[in-house]
Design a protein around this ligand. Structure first.
Ligand code: FES
Length: 70
């Protein structure tokens, strides 16, 4: 970045761990696979929110598919 570029406020990323449930990420993040390619998260009810599976039961790794509720 150039020193002449205006400062841009970047909102903080918030990561919330739910017990036996998803890891909720809110903020501007990119998720990359092992090859370095960006992985598109599934649509979310809350724009900008990504839920990663924290229980290990999802069928749509790395994203939560609601399997933790069953
Ligand atoms: S946390 Fe939701 S499916 Fe694993």
């Amino acid at each position: 970045m150039s020193e002449d570029a205006p400062a841009v406020a970047v909102p903080p990323v918030t990561i919330t761990l739910k017990p036996a449930g998803p890891i909720i990420i809110e903020g501007p993040v990119r998720i990359l696979n092992n090859a370095g390619d960006e992985v598109e998260p599934p649509p979310s009810k809350i724009p900008g929110q990504i839920k990663l599976c924290g229980c290990g039961f999802t069928k749509t790794r790395p994203f939560c598919d609601g399997s933790h509720k069953r």
